[in-house]
Design a protein around this ligand. Structure first.
Ligand SMILES: Nc1ncnc2c1ncn2[C@@H]1O[C@H](COP(=O)(O)OP(=O)(O)OP(=O)(O)O)[C@@H](O)[C@H]1O
Ligand SMILES: [Mg+2]
Length: 326
């Protein structure tokens, strides 16, 4: 027997949808010439959602009885984990580590985003080769800029003119940081946040409002930097943010000519400090001209397979294991 049910106009339209949209179809109704389509976009990033929406509009746009296509999207809330990268002292390599950690985690198959929370010295646009790009917005949320390394990036530097930063007050900076963190991160699982140095407003807001899953503390091997690193760790711990571990940066200078290793800032201090405090030691990054040059060129060392890239990959593996055990 053939099906004698009257044809629902929505059902007729369904047949026009591409399989990708059909697989994600929540509801489809046609009323007064308006086709309302609800799609489940869980797990899709901003670009994929945009493509899906376009495909649906194209498929239904010219259909009989359809004057307008409205697409609504729903998604399961992704449980996103924030990793804060901090230090006590400035200039020890937080931004370098943040960029490379993000790229390395992406190479390990994680879905990673990178937020540059430094208003006074945003460095991620340069490090991640997205300089000069301004994020678009959808539903009043910013859409991260895709770097060539499979990592979405948003930076305070994309929101403000460099010479205006000095006029920013604490609450403005905190609100701007909120916009970066609550942006349209799609299916991003891990958000790396590159903090400015010290323990100012931005750091405190970060800890209070956007509760990181954990913090990575960077230090050079010098005693003074290590004292500041201890202070930063205390700040995180007091705010209830677990310390994932310490990274020692600029440990051992590798001479580009002869390969000989010397220790301008000493070496091993961070590992000893971590042990003394009962924290994990995540790894050591040497001081090399390659890291500085690759950073300046916007091609993070972790995107390649040189010794520096491998050092960052080793740290990323430890961070990934830590996250998996949460
Ligand atoms: N392991 C390294 N080898 C060589 N150069 C490095 C290394 N780590 C960082 N640098 C260089 O040192 C400088 C400071 O690094 P970076 O900007 O990452 O530090 P930071 O802690 O983020 O600084 P700030 O506190 O100003 O935000 C940069 O020029 C960077 O390229
Ligand atoms: Mg920095």
């Amino acid at each position: 027997m053939s099906d004698s049910k009257p044809i629902n106009p929505g059902d007729a339209l369904k047949a026009l949808l591409p399989p990708l949209a059909l697989a994600r179809l929540g509801a489809l109704r046609l009323a007064d010439g308006a086709a309302s389509v609800v799609l489940d976009v869980s797990g899709l990033d901003a670009l994929e959602r945009e493509r899906l929406e376009l495909a649906v509009k194209e498929a239904l746009g010219g259909a009989p009885g359809v004057k307008e296509v409205r697409v609504a999207m729903t998604a399961d809330k992704v449980s996103r984990k924030i990793i804060a990268v901090g230090s006590g002292k400035g200039g020890v390599g937080k931004s370098t580590l943040s960029a490379n950690l993000a790229v390395a985690l992406a190479r390990l198959g994680r879905k990673v985003g990178l937020v540059d929370a430094d208003i006074y010295g945003p460095s991620q646009p340069r490090l991640m080769m997205v300089e000069g790009r301004k994020p678009a917005a959808r539903d009043s949320k910013m859409i991260p800029i895709q770097s060539p390394y499979g990592v979405g990036v948003l930076s305070m530097g994309m929101l403000i003119e460099p010479d205006k930063a000095i006029a920013w007050r604490g609450p403005m900076a905190s609100n701007a940081l909120g916009q970066l963190i609550d942006a349209d991160w799609g299916n991003t699982e891990i958000l790396i946040v590159d903090l400015p140095p010290g323990t100012g407003d931005v750091q405190l807001t970060m800890l209070q409002r956007h509760k990181p899953a954990g913090a990575v503390i960077v230090s050079t091997p010098q005693d003074l930097a290590l004292i500041d690193a201890k202070r930063a760790m205390q700040l995180f711990e007091q705010a209830g943010v677990p310390i994932i571990g310490m990274v020692e940066n600029m440990a051992g200078y590798v001479c580009p000519h002869c390969g000989e290793v010397s220790d301008p800032f000493g070496s091993g201090g961070a590992e000893a400090t971590a042990e003394q405090l009962g924290e994990s030691f995540l790894g050591r990054i040497p001081l090399t001209i390659t890291i500085r040059e690759q950073s300046d060129a916007g091609t993070p060392s972790a995107a390649g397979d040189g010794p520096e890239g491998q050092a960052f990959m080793a740290i990323a593996r430890r961070v990934a294991t830590w996250l998996d055990n949460q």
